[in-house]
Design a protein around this ligand. Structure first.
Ligand code: 5GP
Ligand code: MN
Length: 348
Protein backbone atom coordinates (compact mmCIF):
# COMPACT_ATOMS: atom_id res chain seq x y z
CA UNK A 1 0.00 0.00 0.00
CA UNK A 2 1.33 3.44 -0.91
CA UNK A 3 1.83 5.37 2.26
CA UNK A 4 1.03 9.05 2.23
CA UNK A 5 1.62 11.32 5.13
CA UNK A 6 -0.77 13.92 6.38
CA UNK A 7 0.66 17.22 7.58
CA UNK A 8 0.43 17.46 11.34
CA UNK A 9 -1.49 20.71 11.55
CA UNK A 10 -2.80 20.25 15.10
CA UNK A 11 -0.09 21.33 17.52
CA UNK A 12 1.73 18.52 19.31
CA UNK A 13 0.94 20.15 22.61
CA UNK A 14 -2.80 20.03 21.91
CA UNK A 15 -2.63 16.44 20.73
CA UNK A 16 -0.77 15.41 23.88
CA UNK A 17 -3.17 17.26 26.16
CA UNK A 18 -6.14 15.59 24.48
CA UNK A 19 -4.37 12.23 24.77
CA UNK A 20 -3.82 12.75 28.50
CA UNK A 21 -7.45 13.86 29.05
CA UNK A 22 -8.77 10.79 27.25
CA UNK A 23 -6.51 8.56 29.32
CA UNK A 24 -7.43 10.24 32.56
CA UNK A 25 -11.17 10.80 32.28
CA UNK A 26 -13.96 8.31 31.87
CA UNK A 27 -17.21 10.28 31.86
CA UNK A 28 -17.14 12.11 28.56
CA UNK A 29 -19.74 14.29 26.83
CA UNK A 30 -19.60 15.32 23.19
CA UNK A 31 -21.73 18.22 22.07
CA UNK A 32 -22.29 20.22 18.93
CA UNK A 33 -24.25 23.16 17.55
CA UNK A 34 -27.98 23.86 17.19
CA UNK A 35 -29.66 22.32 14.16
CA UNK A 36 -26.82 19.86 13.74
CA UNK A 37 -25.73 19.41 10.13
CA UNK A 38 -23.70 16.67 8.47
CA UNK A 39 -20.41 17.97 9.79
CA UNK A 40 -21.70 18.53 13.32
CA UNK A 41 -23.08 14.99 13.51
CA UNK A 42 -20.31 13.42 11.46
CA UNK A 43 -17.54 14.79 13.66
CA UNK A 44 -19.44 14.10 16.88
CA UNK A 45 -20.41 10.54 15.99
CA UNK A 46 -16.91 9.73 14.72
CA UNK A 47 -15.41 10.84 18.03
CA UNK A 48 -18.24 9.08 19.90
CA UNK A 49 -17.51 5.75 18.22
CA UNK A 50 -13.79 6.18 18.81
CA UNK A 51 -14.25 6.85 22.53
CA UNK A 52 -16.69 3.95 22.86
CA UNK A 53 -14.09 1.67 21.28
CA UNK A 54 -11.67 2.97 23.93
CA UNK A 55 -14.11 1.79 26.60
CA UNK A 56 -15.20 5.25 27.72
CA UNK A 57 -18.54 6.19 29.23
CA UNK A 58 -19.39 8.63 26.48
CA UNK A 59 -22.63 10.50 25.70
CA UNK A 60 -23.44 12.58 22.65
CA UNK A 61 -25.84 15.40 23.45
CA UNK A 62 -27.13 17.75 20.74
CA UNK A 63 -29.24 20.85 21.44
CA UNK A 64 -32.13 19.98 19.11
CA UNK A 65 -33.16 17.50 16.46
CA UNK A 66 -31.54 16.94 13.10
CA UNK A 67 -32.78 16.24 9.57
CA UNK A 68 -33.99 12.83 8.43
CA UNK A 69 -31.32 12.51 5.75
CA UNK A 70 -28.68 12.19 8.48
CA UNK A 71 -30.50 9.47 10.39
CA UNK A 72 -28.76 6.65 8.51
CA UNK A 73 -25.53 7.39 10.37
CA UNK A 74 -24.37 4.68 12.76
CA UNK A 75 -25.06 5.56 16.37
CA UNK A 76 -27.74 8.25 15.85
CA UNK A 77 -30.14 6.22 18.00
CA UNK A 78 -27.89 6.87 21.02
CA UNK A 79 -27.86 10.65 20.63
CA UNK A 80 -29.59 12.54 23.41
CA UNK A 81 -31.56 15.50 22.09
CA UNK A 82 -31.40 18.10 24.85
CA UNK A 83 -34.57 19.87 23.78
CA UNK A 84 -36.56 16.70 24.55
CA UNK A 85 -34.70 15.66 27.71
CA UNK A 86 -33.32 18.84 29.28
CA UNK A 87 -33.11 17.47 32.81
CA UNK A 88 -31.30 14.31 31.85
CA UNK A 89 -29.01 16.26 29.53
CA UNK A 90 -28.25 18.85 32.20
CA UNK A 91 -27.49 16.12 34.74
CA UNK A 92 -25.09 14.31 32.41
CA UNK A 93 -23.29 17.53 31.50
CA UNK A 94 -22.99 18.48 35.16
CA UNK A 95 -21.34 15.16 36.03
CA UNK A 96 -19.05 14.97 33.02
CA UNK A 97 -15.30 14.95 33.52
CA UNK A 98 -14.46 15.88 29.95
CA UNK A 99 -16.53 17.73 27.36
CA UNK A 100 -15.75 17.94 23.66
CA UNK A 101 -17.33 20.94 21.90
CA UNK A 102 -17.40 20.23 18.20
CA UNK A 103 -18.09 22.42 15.18
CA UNK A 104 -18.98 25.64 16.98
CA UNK A 105 -17.02 28.66 18.10
CA UNK A 106 -19.19 30.44 20.67
CA UNK A 107 -21.26 28.98 23.56
CA UNK A 108 -24.45 30.60 22.21
CA UNK A 109 -24.41 28.05 19.38
CA UNK A 110 -25.49 25.27 21.75
CA UNK A 111 -28.63 27.21 22.73
CA UNK A 112 -30.17 26.45 26.13
CA UNK A 113 -27.39 23.99 26.93
CA UNK A 114 -24.79 26.74 26.94
CA UNK A 115 -24.95 27.68 30.66
CA UNK A 116 -24.67 24.00 31.69
CA UNK A 117 -21.72 23.37 29.42
CA UNK A 118 -19.96 26.53 30.51
CA UNK A 119 -20.49 26.05 34.24
CA UNK A 120 -19.55 22.36 34.23
CA UNK A 121 -16.34 21.60 36.13
CA UNK A 122 -15.29 19.24 33.33
CA UNK A 123 -12.20 19.84 31.22
CA UNK A 124 -13.31 21.23 27.86
CA UNK A 125 -11.84 20.70 24.44
CA UNK A 126 -13.09 22.74 21.50
CA UNK A 127 -12.47 21.37 18.02
CA UNK A 128 -13.79 23.65 15.30
CA UNK A 129 -13.21 25.43 12.02
CA UNK A 130 -15.26 28.62 12.45
CA UNK A 131 -13.29 31.84 12.66
CA UNK A 132 -12.77 33.74 15.94
CA UNK A 133 -13.51 31.13 18.61
CA UNK A 134 -14.26 32.41 22.10
CA UNK A 135 -11.54 31.25 24.40
CA UNK A 136 -13.74 29.47 26.90
CA UNK A 137 -12.28 25.95 26.78
CA UNK A 138 -9.14 24.39 28.25
CA UNK A 139 -7.94 23.32 24.82
CA UNK A 140 -8.95 25.21 21.68
CA UNK A 141 -8.19 23.40 18.45
CA UNK A 142 -9.43 25.96 15.96
CA UNK A 143 -8.54 25.71 12.28
CA UNK A 144 -10.68 27.94 10.04
CA UNK A 145 -8.48 26.98 7.08
CA UNK A 146 -9.78 23.41 7.30
CA UNK A 147 -13.11 22.87 5.56
CA UNK A 148 -14.77 20.64 8.13
CA UNK A 149 -14.59 19.66 11.77
CA UNK A 150 -14.86 16.05 10.64
CA UNK A 151 -11.57 16.45 8.80
CA UNK A 152 -10.10 17.79 12.05
CA UNK A 153 -11.33 14.69 13.88
CA UNK A 154 -9.59 12.52 11.30
CA UNK A 155 -6.42 14.57 11.75
CA UNK A 156 -6.65 14.34 15.53
CA UNK A 157 -7.05 10.55 15.49
CA UNK A 158 -4.29 10.26 12.91
CA UNK A 159 -1.96 12.44 14.97
CA UNK A 160 -2.82 10.42 18.07
CA UNK A 161 -1.48 7.42 16.17
CA UNK A 162 -4.93 5.86 16.13
CA UNK A 163 -5.46 5.37 12.40
CA UNK A 164 -5.68 1.62 12.95
CA UNK A 165 -8.55 2.10 15.37
CA UNK A 166 -10.63 3.98 12.79
CA UNK A 167 -13.21 1.45 11.62
CA UNK A 168 -15.81 1.65 8.89
CA UNK A 169 -18.40 3.35 11.14
CA UNK A 170 -15.98 6.07 12.17
CA UNK A 171 -14.75 6.52 8.60
CA UNK A 172 -18.32 6.87 7.29
CA UNK A 173 -19.12 9.59 9.80
CA UNK A 174 -15.94 11.49 8.98
CA UNK A 175 -16.58 11.22 5.25
CA UNK A 176 -20.16 12.42 5.65
CA UNK A 177 -19.02 15.57 7.48
CA UNK A 178 -16.25 16.30 5.01
CA UNK A 179 -18.67 15.84 2.13
CA UNK A 180 -21.53 17.95 3.48
CA UNK A 181 -19.38 20.90 4.57
CA UNK A 182 -17.92 21.14 1.07
CA UNK A 183 -21.19 20.65 -0.82
CA UNK A 184 -20.04 17.25 -2.04
CA UNK A 185 -16.49 18.58 -2.59
CA UNK A 186 -17.64 21.47 -4.78
CA UNK A 187 -16.35 24.30 -2.58
CA UNK A 188 -13.64 24.80 0.08
CA UNK A 189 -12.13 21.59 -1.18
CA UNK A 190 -9.02 22.38 -3.20
CA UNK A 191 -6.63 21.20 -0.51
CA UNK A 192 -5.02 18.03 -1.91
CA UNK A 193 -4.88 16.56 1.60
CA UNK A 194 -8.67 16.35 1.63
CA UNK A 195 -8.32 13.74 -1.06
CA UNK A 196 -5.43 12.04 0.69
CA UNK A 197 -7.68 11.71 3.71
CA UNK A 198 -10.51 10.38 1.54
CA UNK A 199 -8.16 7.71 0.25
CA UNK A 200 -7.41 6.75 3.85
CA UNK A 201 -11.14 6.53 4.55
CA UNK A 202 -11.80 4.46 1.44
CA UNK A 203 -9.27 1.95 2.77
CA UNK A 204 -11.67 1.43 5.67
CA UNK A 205 -14.17 0.14 3.11
CA UNK A 206 -16.62 3.02 3.17
CA UNK A 207 -18.96 3.29 0.20
CA UNK A 208 -18.69 6.97 -0.61
CA UNK A 209 -21.26 6.78 -3.39
CA UNK A 210 -23.80 5.30 -1.00
CA UNK A 211 -23.05 8.03 1.54
CA UNK A 212 -23.67 10.66 -1.13
CA UNK A 213 -26.98 9.04 -2.04
CA UNK A 214 -28.03 8.72 1.59
CA UNK A 215 -27.67 12.47 2.00
CA UNK A 216 -28.44 14.00 -1.37
CA UNK A 217 -30.74 11.47 -3.08
CA UNK A 218 -33.01 11.22 -0.14
CA UNK A 219 -35.61 13.93 -0.68
CA UNK A 220 -39.14 13.19 0.33
CA UNK A 221 -41.73 13.99 -2.34
CA UNK A 222 -42.92 16.88 -0.15
CA UNK A 223 -39.46 18.36 0.06
CA UNK A 224 -38.96 18.12 -3.67
CA UNK A 225 -42.28 19.82 -4.40
CA UNK A 226 -41.52 22.49 -1.82
CA UNK A 227 -38.24 23.16 -3.62
CA UNK A 228 -40.10 23.53 -6.93
CA UNK A 229 -42.55 25.97 -5.36
CA UNK A 230 -39.73 27.95 -3.72
CA UNK A 231 -37.76 28.39 -6.94
CA UNK A 232 -40.84 29.22 -8.98
CA UNK A 233 -42.74 31.46 -6.59
CA UNK A 234 -40.44 32.61 -3.83
CA UNK A 235 -37.22 33.63 -5.52
CA UNK A 236 -36.02 37.13 -6.24
CA UNK A 237 -32.97 37.84 -8.36
CA UNK A 238 -31.02 41.08 -8.00
CA UNK A 239 -29.14 40.88 -11.30
CA UNK A 240 -27.02 44.03 -10.99
CA UNK A 241 -25.61 42.95 -7.68
CA UNK A 242 -25.22 39.23 -8.43
CA UNK A 243 -27.55 38.30 -5.59
CA UNK A 244 -30.58 36.13 -5.03
CA UNK A 245 -33.14 35.70 -2.27
CA UNK A 246 -35.50 32.83 -1.59
CA UNK A 247 -37.98 32.99 1.26
CA UNK A 248 -40.72 30.90 2.82
CA UNK A 249 -43.39 32.00 5.25
CA UNK A 250 -44.87 29.79 7.92
CA UNK A 251 -47.98 29.41 5.74
CA UNK A 252 -45.86 28.27 2.78
CA UNK A 253 -44.13 25.70 4.96
CA UNK A 254 -47.40 24.47 6.41
CA UNK A 255 -48.98 24.19 2.99
CA UNK A 256 -46.24 21.81 1.89
CA UNK A 257 -46.20 20.01 5.26
CA UNK A 258 -42.56 20.76 5.60
CA UNK A 259 -40.72 18.79 8.28
CA UNK A 260 -37.37 19.18 10.01
CA UNK A 261 -34.60 19.50 7.47
CA UNK A 262 -36.92 19.86 4.50
CA UNK A 263 -35.45 23.21 3.55
CA UNK A 264 -31.83 22.26 4.31
CA UNK A 265 -29.64 23.08 1.33
CA UNK A 266 -32.25 25.18 -0.50
CA UNK A 267 -30.02 28.23 -0.11
CA UNK A 268 -27.47 26.70 -2.46
CA UNK A 269 -29.74 26.43 -5.48
CA UNK A 270 -29.65 30.09 -6.62
CA UNK A 271 -25.86 29.83 -6.83
CA UNK A 272 -26.44 27.60 -9.87
CA UNK A 273 -27.71 30.65 -11.76
CA UNK A 274 -25.04 32.20 -13.95
CA UNK A 275 -23.78 35.42 -12.38
CA UNK A 276 -25.24 34.88 -8.90
CA UNK A 277 -22.54 34.89 -6.25
CA UNK A 278 -24.57 35.62 -3.13
CA UNK A 279 -27.65 33.69 -2.11
CA UNK A 280 -29.88 34.17 0.90
CA UNK A 281 -32.68 32.04 2.24
CA UNK A 282 -35.11 33.50 4.76
CA UNK A 283 -37.79 31.44 6.46
CA UNK A 284 -40.10 31.63 9.42
CA UNK A 285 -39.22 29.24 12.22
CA UNK A 286 -41.40 28.73 15.31
CA UNK A 287 -40.62 31.97 17.09
CA UNK A 288 -38.10 33.74 14.95
CA UNK A 289 -36.96 34.25 11.39
CA UNK A 290 -33.91 32.26 10.31
CA UNK A 291 -31.52 33.37 7.61
CA UNK A 292 -28.95 31.34 5.69
CA UNK A 293 -26.30 32.88 3.48
CA UNK A 294 -24.05 31.32 0.85
CA UNK A 295 -21.56 32.90 -1.53
CA UNK A 296 -19.04 31.99 -4.16
CA UNK A 297 -15.66 33.70 -4.29
CA UNK A 298 -14.68 36.31 -1.76
CA UNK A 299 -17.97 37.90 -0.72
CA UNK A 300 -18.04 37.52 3.07
CA UNK A 301 -21.37 36.04 4.16
CA UNK A 302 -20.26 35.99 7.80
CA UNK A 303 -19.64 39.75 7.82
CA UNK A 304 -23.05 40.40 6.28
CA UNK A 305 -24.71 38.04 8.79
CA UNK A 306 -22.92 39.56 11.77
CA UNK A 307 -23.62 43.17 10.81
CA UNK A 308 -27.35 42.83 10.22
CA UNK A 309 -28.61 39.54 11.65
CA UNK A 310 -26.71 38.77 14.89
CA UNK A 311 -25.08 35.86 13.12
CA UNK A 312 -21.83 34.55 11.79
CA UNK A 313 -20.22 31.52 10.24
CA UNK A 314 -17.74 31.15 7.43
CA UNK A 315 -16.78 33.36 4.49
CA UNK A 316 -18.96 31.39 2.07
CA UNK A 317 -21.59 29.97 4.44
CA UNK A 318 -23.17 31.80 7.32
CA UNK A 319 -26.42 32.17 9.19
CA UNK A 320 -28.30 34.64 11.30
CA UNK A 321 -31.62 35.39 12.92
CA UNK A 322 -34.27 38.07 13.03
CA UNK A 323 -37.03 38.69 15.56
CA UNK A 324 -40.09 40.11 13.83
CA UNK A 325 -42.12 39.37 10.74
CA UNK A 326 -40.65 37.78 7.64
CA UNK A 327 -41.62 40.93 5.70
CA UNK A 328 -39.50 43.03 8.06
CA UNK A 329 -36.66 40.54 7.76
CA UNK A 330 -36.78 40.83 3.97
CA UNK A 331 -36.92 44.63 4.23
CA UNK A 332 -33.84 44.65 6.46
CA UNK A 333 -32.12 42.24 4.10
CA UNK A 334 -32.70 44.69 1.26
CA UNK A 335 -31.32 47.54 3.35
CA UNK A 336 -28.26 45.37 3.98
CA UNK A 337 -27.94 44.61 0.25
CA UNK A 338 -27.87 48.36 -0.40
CA UNK A 339 -25.05 48.81 2.08
CA UNK A 340 -23.05 46.03 0.42
CA UNK A 341 -24.05 47.12 -3.08
CA UNK A 342 -20.64 48.20 -4.32
CA UNK A 343 -18.94 45.04 -3.05
CA UNK A 344 -21.63 42.90 -4.64
CA UNK A 345 -21.63 44.84 -7.91
CA UNK A 346 -17.97 44.07 -8.34
CA UNK A 347 -18.21 40.47 -7.18
CA UNK A 348 -18.13 37.76 -9.78
P1 5GP B 1 -26.77 27.21 7.87
O1 5GP B 1 -27.09 28.22 6.84
O2 5GP B 1 -26.47 25.87 7.24
O3 5GP B 1 -27.73 27.14 8.99
O4 5GP B 1 -25.40 27.68 8.54
C1 5GP B 1 -24.27 27.96 7.77
C2 5GP B 1 -23.09 28.27 8.66
O5 5GP B 1 -23.33 29.42 9.43
C3 5GP B 1 -22.74 27.17 9.62
O6 5GP B 1 -21.33 27.09 9.65
C4 5GP B 1 -23.26 27.62 10.94
O7 5GP B 1 -22.44 27.17 11.96
C5 5GP B 1 -23.25 29.13 10.82
N1 5GP B 1 -24.47 29.71 11.41
C6 5GP B 1 -25.75 29.44 11.09
N2 5GP B 1 -26.61 30.16 11.83
C7 5GP B 1 -25.86 30.92 12.67
C8 5GP B 1 -26.17 31.88 13.69
O8 5GP B 1 -27.33 32.21 13.97
N3 5GP B 1 -25.12 32.43 14.34
C9 5GP B 1 -23.82 32.11 14.03
N4 5GP B 1 -22.84 32.70 14.72
N5 5GP B 1 -23.50 31.23 13.08
C10 5GP B 1 -24.49 30.63 12.40
MN1 MN C 1 -18.67 22.44 10.09
Amino acid sequence: MRVTTITEIISKEHVETVRSYIEKYNKIVITTHLSPDGDALGSSLALYHYLLRKGKDVKLIVPNSFPYFLKWMKGVEHILVYEYYPERGGHIIEHAELIFCLDFNVPKRVGDMAPFVMSSAAKKVLIDHHPNPENSCDVVISHPEISSTSELIFRLLYQLGEYERIDKDIAECIYCGMMTDTGGFTYNSNDPEIFEIISFLLRKNIDKDAIYSNVYHNYTEQRFRLLGFTLLKRMKIYNDIHSALIYLSKEDLQKYKSGKGDTEGFVNYPLSIRGVVFSTFIYEDDNYVKLSFRSRGNFACNEFAAEFFQGGGHLNAAGGEFYGTIQDAIALFEVALKKYESKLRNAS
